[in-house]
Design a binder for this molecule. Structure first.
Ligand SMILES: C[S@@+](CC[C@H](N)C(=O)[O-])C[C@H]1O[C@@H](n2cnc3c(N)ncnc32)[C@H](O)[C@@H]1O
Length: 227
C-alpha cells in the first residue's frame, strides 16, 4: 500500500534535484545483465519486464531497445515526469506512477523479469518483506528477479554502519530475505563508477561503489500463500 511518508521523502529528492544515484544512462552493468540472462536461458526480446522504483527509466529504455515490453514505475511524480521527459516516445516502454509494493490483480504472475537497481537497497529494512512479496507476486514461476546490491558500503563518521538509503545488502542477506520465494541462479561482482559531475576537476577521484549483480529465479508459486 502507498506509504505517504516514504513517497514524500523521495518526491523531495526529485524536487531538490538530489538524485545522486542517477547514472545518466543505462546502468554500466547492463551488458553484463544481458549476458547473465542469456546464460540463464532468458530471452529479452518479447519478454515482459517490470522496473520498480525506475527513476529516470534509463534501464527500462535499454530493455525496450532490445525488444522487451517494459513498464517502468515510480511512486514519485517527479521521477515519472523526469523519465517521461527523456523517454516518452520510446517504443515498448510504458512509464507510469505506482507503488512497488502494490500489484494490480491483472498483472499477478505475468512478468518474466523484474529489474531492480537501487530499489530494494533504497527501502528501509522494515519495508523489504512487502517489496519482495510484491516482486514474487509479479513474476511468473521461473521468472527472474534481477537485482543490483550495494553490498559493500563504506562506513564513515558521516555514514555509520546500517544507515541509508542506500542500505547495504550482501548476497547472503539477499538469500535470507528471498527465503522460499527465489533461488539465486547466478551472481557477478561489479564496481560502478559514476560519470564525472559537471565542473569536476580532472584530479577529482571518481565516485565508485560495489554493486553485485544477482539473478534469482522465482520458484514455483502454485502452493504458496503470500502476504
Ligand atoms: C535510489 S532511486 C533509484 C532510481 C533508479 N532505479 C536508478 O537506478 O536510477 C530509488 C527510486 O525508487 C523510488 N521508490 C522508493 N520507494 C518506492 C516505492 N515503494 N514504490 C515505487 N517507487 C519507489 C523513488 O522515488 C526513487 O525514484
Amino acid at each position: 500500500m502507498l506509504n505517504p511518508v516514504e513517497q514524500t521523502f523521495w518526491q523531495e529528492r526529485w524536487v531538490e534535484g538530489t538524485t545522486g544515484w542517477d547514472l545518466q544512462g543505462p546502468h554500466p552493468a547492463f551488458a553484463t545483465v544481458v549476458k547473465l540472462l542469456a546464460a540463464c536461458g532468458v530471452d529479452i526480446a518479447g519478454a515482459r519486464v517490470f522496473v520498480p522504483g525506475a527513476g529516470r527509466a534509463h534501464d527500462g529504455a535499454a530493455f525496450a531497445r532490445l525488444g522487451a515490453e517494459v513498464v517502468a514505475e515510480d511512486f514519485a511524480p517527479g521521477a515519472v515526469a523526469a523519465a517521461q521527459a527523456l523517454y516518452r516516445d520510446e517504443r515498448g516502454l510504458i512509464i507510469r506512477q505506482g507503488d512497488a509494493t502494490v500489484v494490480p490483480a491483472a498483472e499477478i504472475g505475468t512478468w518474466d523479469i523484474v529489474f531492480d537497481r537501487a530499489m530494494l537497497c533504497a527501502l528501509r529494512p522494515e519495508l523489504r518483506g512487502a517489496f519482495l512479496d510484491a516482486v514474487a507476486r509479479r513474476l511468473r514461476s521461473g521468472g527472474m528477479h534481477v537485482v543490483l546490491l550495494f553490498d559493500q558500503i563504506p562506513v564513515t563518521p558521516e555514514r555509520p554502519a546500517g544507515s541509508g538509503p542506500p542500505f547495504q545488502i550482501t548476497v547472503a542477506d539477499y538469500r535470507g530475505l528471498a527465503g522460499e520465494r527465489f533461488a539465486v541462479a547466478t551472481t557477478e561482482d561489479w564496481t560502478t563508477v559514476w560519470p564525472a559531475a559537471k565542473g569536476a576537476a580532472a584530479t577529482d577521484k571518481p565516485r565508485q561503489m560495489s554493486e553485485t549483480v544477482v539473478l534469482a529465479r522465482r520458484k514455483n508459486s502454485a502452493s504458496e500463500v503470500l502476504r
